[in-house]
Design a protein around this ligand. Structure first.
Ligand code: CA
Ligand code: CA
Ligand code: CA
Length: 615
């Protein structure tokens, strides 16, 4: 039996919740540690008292998970025993929120005492604090900058091509099948001129008839849901700018003559407001995650500090994994190595954490990094949508995360047969790896065009050239030439539907006496027909028996020669005695060549030189 009136009263209390600040230091001196120390923690369940120092949480309610098939009456009894009441919810089998009654509070009941007492109940799998979450962004007063993260031309002192190569990718794919990205954040201005046509629309829900038409447990949830306030209104409250900004980076309408462009040309944005209003607690994010995977999102973009993540939240990410949905979260803005949140990546491989990069391809000073922070994306001075048809630049790993989430959305839409993890690996295998990034984030900076080209490479047949044996030019220094200027090696391109024309070939450099290669440099000189062409270099890895992406560059202008070098440290794996070093050169021109008509081209290579330095 649920007393709705009393629940309403308790909810009113929640809106004025006092948040307490309590670190692990404080716990060490508290009497509650003694109490919880006598409680048997369930196997595989997080210790609710082992929160990172400084974690804030609600002081008026706790989050409780029961074992499967527990009756509601049992839950109610467990709550009442400790002086708590159960808040109304859609799914009691996942977790319940228990509020401290005013009576119990006056008798001295606290959330710490409640958690310790509840953990003694054998029907309860976990009982924990509802940790407070905060946005991972840094306000920045450099308004109205440019979208260097999508396309960096060196504007505002940046480094050309220190970006995710979005125009190059759009040129190749033009568009992609519709895909839904759930954005868990504060409010969303779905009336914004650059968002109004790209919001997700719940196909089974008739707006504003006060009926849950699709029976998903939410009445009139047309664009998403507000898990902070528990209603359908996802619009920003005054001061909410974060969600609208993040949403614009993922999928602001492209090519509409207005404002900015999101990463994906055909992404639908599901608005999952879980911060602001009365919320901003982990339990709101948890409910938003569940709504996202249950209602068709394939990627969830979360730009919030989840260092104090809870068992309830980890469970929800696990359910998202079971539904094959990617959970993409900001690495955080503490300039910290190995933030506590990265433990979530160890628990679930559908998780990816995103560090922030600058317009000069360095890791942003504020950005966290660590062994399980797999990738960086542009996050400093990012221009995107602000409420009321405004646009502004702000910074944070919050801004990096939607770049990655947008790329994941595009790649998932193009690869419906790939799992969440396989889709992530497609992207992570072909990141750019500038020196300013890989020192802290070895996984490099995400590149949308590479991720798309990488798939073509994976499915194409590549022309082969006869292995060429070069000469030892002294000491451990080797130099090999495929041909001279007068004798170029020509490859005619072929068309891959929906991707463009590609031309590619493999070269084998027999390394002679070299069996212990430490570094190598590859130089190529050649030309195409002068239209924009992307070049990708792969080395063959004899350990994994697979081609391994190294670097990419762009060709442009008529009959331009190209020459670039790549260097690889500790390269034993790419050299095998008697088999030499194998290099793959892959070029691609888009279907929608800029200002031109799709046509085949010839890749001419005048010279290829490999310099090996042995140990
Ligand atoms: Ca670029
Ligand atoms: Ca509904
Ligand atoms: Ca309805």
């Amino acid at each position: 039996m649920r007393d709705i009136k009393s629940l309403g009263f308790v909810r009113g209390l929640a809106a004025t919740a006092v948040v307490v600040l309590l670190g692990t230091q404080a716990f060490a001196q508290s009497t509650f540690v003694k109490t919880v120390g006598q409680v048997q923690l369930r196997p595989g369940v997080m210790n609710p008292f082992a929160l990172p120092a400084g974690t804030q949480y609600a002081s008026d309610h706790v989050v409780v998970g029961f074992y499967a098939n527990t009756h509601y009456a049992t839950m109610q009894y467990a709550a009442n025993q400790v002086g708590l009441t159960i808040r109304q919810a859609n799914r009691y089998d996942r977790f319940v929120i228990m509020d401290i009654t005013p009576e119990a509070e006056s008798m001295g009941m606290t959330v710490e005492k409640a958690v310790a007492r509840l953990l003694e109940n054998p029907a309860i799998r976990f009982a924990e604090f509802d940790t407070k979450i905060t946005p991972d962004f840094i306000p920045d007063d450099t308004l109205f900058g440019q979208q260097w993260g999508m396309h960096n031309t060196g504007q505002s002192g940046g480094t050309a091509d220190a970006d995710i190569d979005a125009p190059e990718a759009w040129d190749v794919i033009m568009t992609h099948p519709e895909v839904v990205v759930g954005v868990c954040d504060d409010g969303f201005d779905y009336n914004h001129e650059d968002l109004m046509n790209v919001m997700w629309s719940n196909p089974g829900e008739i707006p504003n008839n006060n009926i849950d038409d699709d029976a998903n447990g939410f009445i009139d949830d047309t664009n998403g849901w507000d898990f902070s306030d528990g209603d359908k209104d996802i619009q920003p409250a005054p001061g909410d700018i974060h969600g609208t900004h993040v949403a614009g980076t993922v999928g602001a309408e492209m090519n509409n003559g207005k404002g900015v462009a999101g990463v994906g040309p055909n992404i639908r944005l599901m608005g999952l407001r879980m911060y602001g209003g009365a919320g901003g607690f982990m339990s709101s994010l948890t409910a938003a995650i569940d709504y996202g995977w249950e209602n068709g999102a394939t990627v969830l973009s979360v730009s919030y500090n989840i260092d104090g993540f809870t068992q309830a939240m980890a469970d929800a990410v696990g359910r998202a994994k079971a539904a094959d949905v990617v959970y993409c979260n900001s690495a955080g803005n503490n300039g910290q190595q190995n933030p506590p949140r990265q433990a979530l990546r160890q628990m679930h491989d559908n998780v990816v954490f995103v560090a922030s990069s600058t317009r000069n391809d360095t890791v942003s000073g504020f950005s966290n990094w660590g062994t399980l922070i797999e990738v960086a994306a542009p996050g400093s001075d990012i221009l995107s949508t602000f409420p009321n048809n405004n646009y502004a630049s702000i910074s944070g790993t919050s801004m990096a995360t939607p770049h990655m989430a947008g790329v994941i959305g595009v790649i998932r839409s193009l690869n419906p047969g790939k799992t969440a993890r396989e889709s992530l690996d497609i992207i992570l295998d072909v990141t750019d790896k500038p020196a300013g990034i890989v020192g802290k984030v070895p996984g490099g900076r995400v590149n949308l065009a590479n991720a798309i080209a990488g798939q073509v490479i994976g499915t194409s047949n590549v022309n082969n050239v006869v292995p060429v044996i070069g000469s030892n030019t002294g000491g451990n220094f080797y130099s090999f030439h495929v041909s001279g200027d007068s004798n170029s090696y020509d490859i005619l391109s072929v068309l891959v539907p929906d991707r463009g024309f590609y031309a590619a070939y493999d070269m084998t450099f027999v390394a002679g006496t070299t069996t212990d290669v430490e570094t190598m440099q590859l130089s190529l000189e050649g030309t195409t027909d002068g239209l924009p062409t992307a070049v990708y270099i792969y080395f063959f890895n004899y350990v994994t028996n697979a081609w391994e992406y190294q670097t990419s560059t762009n060709l442009g202008g008529p009959n331009t020669e190209f020459s670039f070098k790549t260097r690889k440290g500790a390269t034993d794996f790419i050299s095998s005695p008697g088999m030499g070093v194998k290099v793959r050169v892959f070029t691609i021109q888009s279907v929608r060549r800029r200002g031109g008509v799709p046509a085949p081209y010839t890749l001419k290579t005048d010279m290829a030189k490999l310099e090996l330095l042995g140990g």
